[in-house]
Design a binder for this molecule. Structure first.
Ligand SMILES: Nc1nc2c(ncn2[C@@H]2O[C@H](COP(=O)(O)OP(=O)(O)OP(=O)(O)O)[C@@H](O)[C@H]2O)c(=O)[nH]1
Ligand SMILES: [Mg+2]
Length: 210
């Protein structure tokens, strides 16, 4: 099964807002709803799990009360319900990712998890399906996506980390197994991937394209 894992349990400190980052309004709509709408339109993703944490209690309430998300439990694989939230510790992206893989591997090591940051509102279903199609066309168990720095420079968007001229995009695919996985690197020249909403400035910039 192909499952979207939306990472939404960060501290969101750079945003410097009272509002939790996944709920931060862009054109009057909470940031995370753009990401969830894009996932819902994917033809390849079957279920969605949002990883929340004690840093984002209002986000969890929003998923339950406004979007009818269910608590992730053993019913996940058998139910017709496609939308779940999972409580992670909020100890850090890598640690929580590893805990998530541990939870999923108990059931099956063959699921495909596409990790998507909750702060990428412009990454539409076509891009998600292109990434997944590329992943399915090759043999490695993992795939990381990167965007050339030139695209950031063109749009004057800051990036925090560069790797041989490319910037990690915040979308990665892993098999549901908590082991080091051999990864394919996919460099994608799509401007939609650079609007990672970390600051108010990027939120304002992204709002012009939404
Ligand atoms: N479940 C979970 N999600 C996380 C964690 N850390 C970050 N995320 C999510 O991963 C995505 C990318 O995180 P970042 O933008 O690097 O960090 P952030 O915590 O949101 O914001 P900063 O405090 O400004 O770095 C965001 O959607 C976060 O909500 C974590 O420890 N657990
Ligand atoms: Mg970010």
């Amino acid at each position: 099964m192909i499952i979207a894992l939306v990472m939404a349990g960060g501290k969101g400190l750079r945003l410097e807002s009272e509002i939790e980052k996944p709920l931060f309004p862009i054109n009057d709509k909470p940031l995370i709803t753009y990401v969830l709408d894009n996932i819902n339109e994917s033809e390849l993703i079957e279920k969605t799990v949002v990883a929340v944490s004690p840093h984002d209690p209002n986000t969890e309430d929003f998923l339950i009360n406004n979007l009818n998300f269910s608590h992730f439990d053993s019913s996940f694989y058998d139910s017709n319900n496609n939308h779940y939230y999972l409580d992670t510790l909020g100890k850090g992206y890598v640690e929580d990712l590893s805990n998530i893989l541990e939870i999923f591997e108990k059931k099956s090591k063959d699921d495909i998890l596409i990790f998507i940051n909750a702060d990428l509102p412009l990454v539409n279903s076509e891009i998600l399906d292109d990434i997944l199609s590329h992943y399915l066309s090759q043999d490695k168990p993992a795939l990381s996506t990167l965007v050339p720095v030139e695209i950031f420079e063109e749009y004057r968007v800051n990036y925090s980390y560069e790797f041989n001229g490319n910037v990690p995009s915040g979308i990665n695919i892993l098999r549901s197994e908590n082991v080091v996985q051999d990864e394919e690197l996919l460099i994608i020249s799509r401007w939609e991937l650079i609007f990672n909403v970390n600051t108010i400035e990027t939120a304002i910039l992204a709002s012009k394209f939404l």
